[in-house]
Design a protein around this ligand. Sequence first.
Ligand code: 2BA
Length: 109
Amino acid sequence: MKLVIAIVHSDDADALVRVLQQKGARSTRISTTGGFLREGNATILIGTEVAQLEEVLGTIRENCHARTQLVSPLPPVAEAGELYIPRPVEVQVGGAIVFVLDVERAERF
Ligand code: 2BA
């Protein structure tokens, strides 16, 4: 068995969970926050048999889309009297960051 951990954009999470459900994959959605943008995203945990792994990964690929977001960099420490005008920079987010882990044992009690 494998555990897929997918970090996705919040706007893609509902559709992803719905399609996974339709395909018979069980999932858990956790509300998370990215360390860089410090904005909400969603982490989806999917426990899956190896035989279904590629279908799960394909479903994530099809339902999660890359976006560009503007970020205002933190101002540097300025000298007195210096004027700092922050210029937003573009970062590319997602579609999905995916980790696949081996599951040693899974139980449902
Ligand atoms: P954030 O940490 O909020 O990062 C959002 C996007 O900002 C990243 O998109 C990346 O394009 C950019 N970024 C992140 N750190 C950066 C840095 N130090 N310098 C310049 N740009 C940076 P993604 O790579 O698609 O990541 C989307 C979200 O997935 C991340 O949100 C984070 O929550 C998670 N993530 C990405 N890589 C991870 C990893 N190795 N371990 C754990 N979580 C990860």
